[in-house]
Design a protein around this ligand. Structure first.
Ligand SMILES: *[C@@H]1O[C@H](CO)[C@@H](O)[C@H](O)[C@H]1NC(C)=O
Ligand SMILES: *[C@@H]1O[C@H](CO)[C@@H](O)[C@H](O)[C@H]1NC(C)=O
Ligand SMILES: *[C@@H]1O[C@H](CO)[C@@H](O)[C@H](O)[C@H]1NC(C)=O
Ligand SMILES: *[C@@H]1O[C@H](CO)[C@@H](O)[C@H](O)[C@H]1NC(C)=O
Ligand SMILES: *[C@@H]1O[C@H](CO)[C@@H](O)[C@H](O)[C@H]1NC(C)=O
Length: 407
């Protein structure tokens, strides 16, 4: 018998023994609680769990590996198997074994070999998959002062380097930092790098000026593309953990939305503490799966991902607690990066045993056209998408007009 196969068999035997012991212990523990003294044991005679078999999706196989490496039953059983709670690589089944580090930042050579339609894939998939494991990029602009006063609400806005006007309109309207309704609000814009490789003009001098002027930009050095929005998400999670641990609530969203910040503060004020701790609300999408039409922006090939999506809040904007932010960051290391950032956050929530909650104040698909010009429409809403910089300033003016009367 070959070495690797034997090791697999050993691991399999250990697992079998442990699962058996677990059942026996569980059954005997609950034995005394049975109704009417019916304590007959039903021990299944056949194997009742599925043997771990390789999934057909590349992403799914990455996830299977993470699941195995973080499974406490597998990693924390017999003393011979564990080393600090992590399964040694040489105990993984052959199809999960590779030499690349779990969070490595060099291109992954397996991708071209393991996806049979690799050559037909659009370039963005090749780029995404070969850096699937990379989660850390250098931070080039930081604002360590932002969370000094432990803000009540942090507004984190996903932006792109060239969107100067959107950021300025947000600063002048719903994203104004400071005290609002007796609560501290802080605002940061999340940026990657608009690189020459993606044909962006050199905007670095203008960005430097903006950064010095407003001190609200966070920037990391990676290509700011649609598929790298998940990288932006995990980098931001890490930043919250290290630079903003005292924040009570976070709104994270796009730079083309209008947010009714006073309405959000009002909602948060009335929240019972138990509800506040696990808060995650937005425009929730359920029973969705990957698009298989190549022309759609959200297209995902079958060789990359199979299965359905967990419930997730549309990335236009959602609101969650600082407490949950820290748990999301911790669990994110157990979830393989997925190229659609809001789906990825839904996957992390599911890993925590939670689901986002739908709130009808989040209108990521806008309100009916006939209501858009009516100031009172926005009174009760938390978010509307999409809105231009000029719309943002106009609507903010409406909401702050003392003469505005709505029923
Ligand atoms: C996994 O890969 C490592 C490094 O290439 C090798 O030493 C080990 O034997 C492999 N294990 C299995 C089970 O193939
Ligand atoms: C692993 O087992 C040890 C001792 O049995 C325990 O203290 C530890 O919490 C366990 N770790 C996990 C991840 O279950
Ligand atoms: C403002 O908030 C603080 C705590 O954040 C509270 O102690 C104070 O009473 C509030 N003031 C008003 C006028 O609501
Ligand atoms: C961003 O991209 C530009 C243009 O490709 C490059 O010159 C620069 O070094 C990159 N990094 C940062 C932090 O701007
Ligand atoms: C994500 O960013 C990294 C680092 O800049 C880059 O190598 C990779 O190509 C990017 N991925 C996509 C899908 O743009």
């Amino acid at each position: 018998m070959h070495g690797p196969r034997r090791k697999m068999k050993v691991a399999g035997t250990i697992m079998t023994v442990n699962i058996f012991l677990f059942i026996v212990l569980e059954v005997s523990r609950s034995g005394g609680q049975g109704k009417g003294g019916d304590s007959k044991l039903h021990v299944p005679s056949k194997r009742f769990w599925a043997r771990l078999a390789p999934s057909t999706g590349f992403w799914n196989r990455e996830q299977q590996k993470l699941d195995l490496l973080h499974n406490p039953v597998v990693t924390n059983t017999s003393a011979g198997v564990t080393s600090g709670g992590v399964l040694p690589f040489d105990l993984l089944p052959d199809w999960l074994n590779d030499t690349l580090g779990l969070e490595a930042c060099e291109p992954d050579p397996r991708v071209a070999v393991q996806l049979k339609d690799y050559n037909q894939l659009p370039q963005r998939f090749k780029d995404f998959l070969s850096y699937l494991r990379c989660r850390s990029y250098p931070m080039v602009v930081d604002q360590p002062h932002i969370c000094q006063d432990g803000p009540f609400l942090l507004l984190a806005i996903k932006s792109l380097m060239p969107h100067f006007d959107r950021r300025q309109a947000i600063r002048e309207s719903w994203g104004r930092a400071g005290l609002l309704a007796n609560r501290t609000v802080a605002t940061v814009f999340l940026l990657g790098n608009a690189t020459a490789g993606d044909h962006f003009p050199d905007l670095s001098a203008m960005l430097q000026y903006e950064s010095a002027q407003h001190r609200d930009l966070l920037q990391w050095d990676y290509r700011d593309t649609f598929f790298n929005l998940t990288v932006k998400e995990v980098l931001f999670q890490h930043w919250v953990d290290t630079s903003c641990p005292q924040v009570s609530f976070i709104f994270k969203g796009d730079d083309d939305v209008f947010v009714n910040t006073p309405r959000i503060l009002d909602f948060l004020k009335g929240l019972p503490p138990a509800k506040a701790r696990d808060l995650f609300i937005g425009d929730v999408i359920t029973h969705a799966g990957p698009h298989r039409d190549k022309r759609v922006k959200y297209y995902i090939p079958e060789t990359m991902f199979v299965g359905m999506y967990p419930p997730y809040a549309g990335g236009g904007g959602y609101l969650y607690s600082g407490d949950l932010a820290r748990r999301l960051h911790a669990v994110s290391h157990q979830v393989a990066l997925y190229p659609i950032d809001d789906v990825y956050t839904g996957m992390c929530l599911r890993k925590l045993g939670l689901a986002p909650e739908k709130h009808k104040g989040f209108r990521t698909f806008d309100v009916e056209e006939k209501f858009r010009g009516n100031p009172c429409t926005y009174k009760g809403l938390m978010l509307v998408h999409p809105r231009t910089p000029q719309d943002m300033i106009k609507i903010w003016g409406w909401l702050n007009d003392p003469k505005l009367k709505c029923q």
